[in-house]
Design a protein around this ligand. Structure first.
Ligand SMILES: *Cc1c(COP(=O)(O)O)cnc(C)c1O
Length: 486
């Protein structure tokens, strides 16, 4: 199956090469020339890992032995074999994506990506090492480090915005062990770090760094199709759970509300729909950085606004990379239009899509936003009324899902995606439940556990004792230099 860039149909590559490269040479994102078909009813009867094998195998057919790769990626790493359980809260259904090794939804994809990359590398007979470059708003970094740690033939380098991640997230990253890992803070915000990584790719020739370093560059951000494909599975898994509980009958549509940053998670939901899953509306939830809310409502994407630091930092993003893929698909594959819009975004910081495209997107997506105060109130209310403890990102999704129902009257079953453990953001979650006292973030974790009885995940409880190994901070124009020194 062939993949090409969102900005040009020239230079198609097979799906293994698309995973290896991450980003197309013209700066676009890889998209399949044609979407595959799968047997949805058969898929919905399977266990989660078999679903994953079928779905990822359909999107990346050139990567061999998918079943073995999937089992190696996930076995023993999540709290249960179902990987992503759903919880019936008495109101919305919550799809818990954070039961993996680093307590963030990114684990679903980043346990799988190393398997896909090394398989693709071996199949292509590539003998150079791969250098994974990743910018993170907090969660991708740790999940990628954990996934790629000590993987043969791969090095990984993670950049995070200094002061832009929670203390727990920072501790998770700077204590990372492994012989092939590097972590560095960048003075700036997530967009600066992401732009820095894109610039390094642009400076590389044929995927190789200038100078003597013989590594091939790739990325673990959701611009890599190998990261997006595994995220489709949990939409099927959630639907299968609703079928089993009798909440829907086969074919009845379900709405999903997704706390959104880079637009990868929600795009996976849209791909699930294209593969035939009965999905109704995809509700795109943003925090105060509501550039996507404005875009979906008006058709104008305008990044010329300040980036707000919020209590849901993994969504503090103004340039949502994966939206480019949606523009491609929804415009009927108009690479010229996408290329033009991306130039406008780069040079002017704003673009407006044609009316037809805006309407096509509006027919499948609904968007809303919720600020920090709203998220805190939601955490408190959902805990009091439903006995469910949400993290700040999930609370944003929950609040927007409620707005959606109130404003549209659409009463189809709603699944809210829960993207992080509340213990990754203990200060904010605790502050939602009681008047904050002076104590460090790890004490807040314990306090939250004592108060709610919800257990701290094992990977977070031992963090405080771990040694800090990666304490460097650099200016954003020094990122290339840093990478060349690895
Ligand atoms: C990454 C992340 C998101 C946003 O997902 P995108 O795929 O970037 O839209 C939401 N919540 C949490 C906790 C995350 O880590």
């Amino acid at each position: 199956m062939f993949y090409h860039s969102t900005r040009s149909k020239e230079h198609p590559v097979d799906s293994a090469q698309a995973v290896l490269s991450g980003l197309a040479a013209d700066g676009g994102l890889y998209v399949p020339a044609q979407l595959p078909t799968i047997d949805v009813e058969a898929c919905l009867k399977e266990d989660t890992m078999s679903m994953a094998t079928r779905i990822i195998g359909a999107l990346l057919p050139d990567i061999e032995n998918m079943d073995a790769l999937v089992r190696r990626a996930y076995t023993g790493k999540f709290q249960s074999e179902e990987l992503t359980p759903t919880v019936d809260t008495g109101h919305f259904t919550v799809l818990e994506l954070f039961r993996g090794p680093t307590s963030a939804f990114k684990d679903v994809a980043l346990c799988m990506l190393p398997q896909l990359l090394t398989a693709a590398k071996n199949q292509k007979g590539m003998d150079e090492d791969i250098l994974i470059l990743t910018a993170t708003s907090g969660d991708t970094g740790k999940a990628a480090l954990a996934g790629f740690r000590d993987v043969e033939g791969v090095k990984i380098c993670v950049f995070y915005p200094e002061g832009g991640v929670s203390k727990v997230q920072r501790a998770q990253m700077v204590t990372q062990e492994g012989h092939n890992v590097a972590v560095c803070a960048v003075v700036g915000n997530f967009d600066d770090a992401q732009t820095g990584v894109k610039n390094i790719f642009a400076a590389a020739q044929n995927g190789r760094l200038p100078g003597g370093n013989r590594c091939r560059l790739s990325t673990a951000n959701s611009i890599n199709i190998g990261r997006l494909a595994p995220q489709i599975t949990y939409y099927f898994k959630a639907y299968a759970d609703l079928l089993k509980r009798g909440i829907v009958k086969m074919g009845e549509k379900v709405n999903f509300c997704v706390p959104t940053g880079n637009f990868g998670d929600i795009l996976a939901g849209w791909l699930a729909k294209r593969l035939g899953l009965p999905v109704g509306t995809l509700v795109c939830a943003s925090n105060a950085n509501n550039v996507l809310t404005d875009f979906i409502r008006t058709g104008t994407y305008d990044r010329r606004r300040p980036l707000h630091k919020t209590i849901s930092p993994s969504m503090d993003i103004l340039v949502s990379s994966n939206l480019e893929r949606l523009l491609y698909f929804m415009s009927g594959g108009d690479t010229e239009l996408v290329a033009e819009l991306m130039v406008q975004l780069n040079t002017e910081g704003v673009y407006t899509v044609p009316e037809e495209l805006k309407n096509a997107i509006g027919a499948e997506f609904w968007a809303g936003c919720c600020d920090d105060a709203g998220a805190e109130q939601t955490i408190a209310r959902v805990w009091a009324q439903n006995g469910y403890l949400c993290d700040t990102h999930t609370a944003t999704g929950w609040a927007v899902a409620e707005d959606y129902v109130a404003q549209t009257g659409d009463n189809r079953p709603m699944v809210v995606l829960s993207t992080a453990s509340p213990y990754k953001f203990p200060a904010a979650v605790l502050a939602a439940l009681e008047k904050p006292e002076q104590m460090d973030e790890f004490s807040k974790m314990e306090r939250l556990q004592n108060k709610t009885g919800v257990p701290i995940p094992g990977n977070l409880s031992g963090l405080q004792e771990k040694q800090e190994r990666h304490t460097g901070v650099i200016e954003k124009d020094k990122m290339l230099e840093f990478v060349m020194g690895l």
